[in-house]
Design a protein around this ligand. Sequence first.
Ligand code: NAP
Length: 316
Amino acid sequence: MKAAVVDRPGGVPEIREVPDPQAHDGEVLVTVAAVAVENVDRAIVAGTHYTAAEFQSALPAIPCFDGIGHLPDGTTVGFGGLRPPRGALAEHVVVPVAHTVPIPDGIEPPTAAALSSAITAMTMRTAGGLTAGETVLIQGATGVAGRLAVQVARLLGAGRVVATGRDPAALKEVGADAVINTAVDDEQVVRAFRENAGERYDVVLDYLWGRPTELLARALVPDSFALPKPTRLVQIGESAGPDIRLTADALRTSGLEIYGAARNAATGMATAYQQVVEWVLTGALTIPIVTMPLRSIAEAWTRTDLRGRRLVIVPG
Ligand SMILES: NC(=O)c1ccc[n+]([C@@H]2O[C@H](COP(=O)([O-])OP(=O)(O)OC[C@H]3O[C@@H](n4cnc5c(N)ncnc54)[C@H](OP(=O)(O)O)[C@@H]3O)[C@@H](O)[C@H]2O)c1
């Protein structure tokens, strides 16, 4: 079968003939129908993700660990749990039966492959406890996940949605009530965070970490002794950097509460998934995708013009 293979850390995947995978007891052969390529996949190939060691030690290897495909009986499933060197960017994969879930009728494989970005935005409720009417700040709203998060915040009944990004043209497209350009000097960014907070930011969905989150923490510190209301920050990505400098007063006096996106995932994500599926089926939520065939993986992997659209690799 054909598969996209990476030879070296940070390499671009290339199409090769590789042996067909064989299903053993408890496993099933899946014909791959769609695979979303996300930052996490690129970071694993580059060796910069915290889980990258397994992939790097298995090189040459096939990237991406989940996707959508068809079982031998024609059922469309989501599959996951692939272990290097075997990955999803191939014509077929073999996975444990337990690592497959049926995809609801009416959702095409490319859209199904990109659902995870919308599902993770639901952590503003599962981890951040968002309730209707509250103000949401999306840090990194110009990316694929951030744009979906703006839509999800609206659908969850947020009272006000504030979005940050570095590209004013892209910020205009995201559909927020207020936008903050973070590509200006630190003092201007801090001032903009304060001016756009209204009463306060109730929930922050943070795809960035790094400088923008450091400046947000600074902006939340009150000027005088006051009992701050909580701002629940959900940490979900690190596009702007893996660490921040957090001053003591930013935690002591700002009301800032920091949660990982995995908080309450075990109890909340199944419902979150159902909700996102319903929104997609009714057209309330649209997931912008760009599809490219597996044979064009080298070109697809190096594209830089996607602007908020998720790359999905399909057969061909
Ligand atoms: N399934 C998911 O989608 C998912 C789930 C969990 C976590 N995440 C994480 O969430 C983050 C965003 O994912 P994505 O798929 O939306 O990526 P993306 O489409 O590539 O968007 C990246 C976002 O980060 C911003 N950004 C990049 N570098 C920056 C910097 N140095 N300073 C400030 N902003 C910067 C971009 O802003 P510009 O437009 O200004 O470049 C854009 O808003 C990643 O860390 C990803 O791993 C994603």
